[in-house]
Design a protein around this ligand. Sequence first.
Ligand code: UDP
Length: 253
Amino acid sequence: MARRKKIYEGKAKTLYEGPEPGTIVQYFKDDATAFNAEKKATIEGKGVLNNLLSEYFFTGLNNMGVPTHFMRRLNMREQLVRACEIIPLEVVVRNYAAGSISKRLGIEEGTQLPRPIIEYYYKDDKLGDPIVSEEHIAAFGWAGQQDMDDIVSLALRVNDFLSGVMFGVGIRLIDFKIEIGRVWDGDFARLIVADEISPDSMRLWDVETNRKLDKDVFRRDLGSLTDAYSEVARRLGVMPKASVVSSKPTLIN
Ligand code: UDP
């Protein structure tokens, strides 16, 4: 079988050249990292769950007219996406305080914010993805003013969609990170939501119990990450057959 050309290997995904020009295959690995890759582990089944969950969220966004890179899922670990130029920013939207904003501003985790707050982090692992302001983004030319307006609008639409979907299954969307890509239609650039949307890049708390159902389970050693992600997938109705996620025997209730 012909080997595909690897374009990029990241911490949780590998990108391969797609079957058509302008397409990419995203392969979801089982690797988990935290604290700028200081903490690492392989978590069996995480890639399958994130592939399915990301498909679910991107399909919903596509259906409501939010432009994304997602084309279709190919198999349990891979999806076909549209190639784009990634803007070198992590766009974080926060509804409740947690993680770095709690530390930076001394706000207790779980405090509802007065309105959704959007933050930008410069994507650079060597620098540990530092927070940046719109001044830095404009001065260094990472995105123009029209891009910034479009990014805010996309981020808030994604936030409303994800918050609503999650609330419907008893989960509070605390915060999330998205990445934005640029595609060209002739001379005109358009921005689309890219990368992945999964519990690796969101904070999700059970509405009743505040149980954490996201990567904080791994970051803070709170139990089984696959159990947490499986719970999200089960509630959303995208849970794969147990045998695909894990080869270990599972108890069926
Ligand atoms: N996040 C992410 N990738 C990163 C940094 C943050 O997906 O490189 C997500 C994180 O999972 C959380 C949100 O962005 O849902 C806000 O993260 P925060 O700034 O609180 O940083 P953390 O405490 O995770 O270091």
